[in-house]
Design a binder for this molecule. Structure first.
Ligand code: GDP
Ligand code: MG
Length: 163
């Protein structure tokens, strides 16, 4: 069986954009009618001849902050249980938010590799508050643009190295 990489993070940081960019073969969509995680998308990705399974933990719908925290918590637990490696994405333009800190706290406790990604760095002009990112305690952020592709190759190198 293929190693599994789960992409987690708050809504709208760009998880599905990265997932779709890397997707070679779409697999099942697991729908959950009730509950906070709603659905997870599975597919296969390949880099430098190595194939792995990707999970996009999407579909969070939250009415307020506490629901969002609950949803993100549930999503994170799924990912931690089923993945060999967790790719944690934040929006570099926003810096680290309270919800990001909440997720990071859980990720620091687990015994699996975590690759930290800060997305939406589309150009050198994008200002990134690196200090706020380092305060998450997850090491060096991999700066990428899921939309335009900058940094994605380097990120995949890091992923394969850690898998
Ligand atoms: P998800 O909720 O984490 O799955 O986020 P999506 O992939 O649905 O993206 C949320 C929004 O961010 C969409 O409008 C995307 O077009 C936008 N987005 C995603 N990646 C990038 C990026 O690298 N740069 C910019 N500028 N926008 C992005
Ligand atoms: Mg999504």
């Amino acid at each position: 069986t293929l190693p599994t990489v789960a992409i987690i993070g708050r809504p709208n940081v760009g998880k599905s954009t990265l997932f779709n960019r890397l997707m070679q073969r779409q697999e099942a969509i697991v729908n959950e009618t009730a509950g906070v995680t709603r659905d997870r998308h599975y597919g296969e990705a390949e880099w430098l001849g190595q194939t792995f399974r990707l999970v996009d933990t999407g579909g969070i719908v939250a009415e307020d902050m506490s629901e969002l925290m609950e949803a993100v918590q549930a999503q994170t637990e799924y990912a931690m249980a089923e993945a060999q490696l967790i790719l944690f994405m934040i929006n570099a333009r926003e810096g680290a938010t309270a919800a990001d800190h909440d997720i990071a706290m859980q990720l620091r406790k687990i015994d699996k590799p975590v690759v930290f990604v800060a997305n939406k760095v589309d150009a050198a002009e994008v200002e990134v508050d690196l200090e706020s990112l380092y305060r998450l305690g997850l090491g060096e952020p991999n700066l990428i643009s899921a939309e335009h592709g900058q940094g994605v190759g380097d990120l995949l190198d890091v992923v394969l190295e850690a898998l």
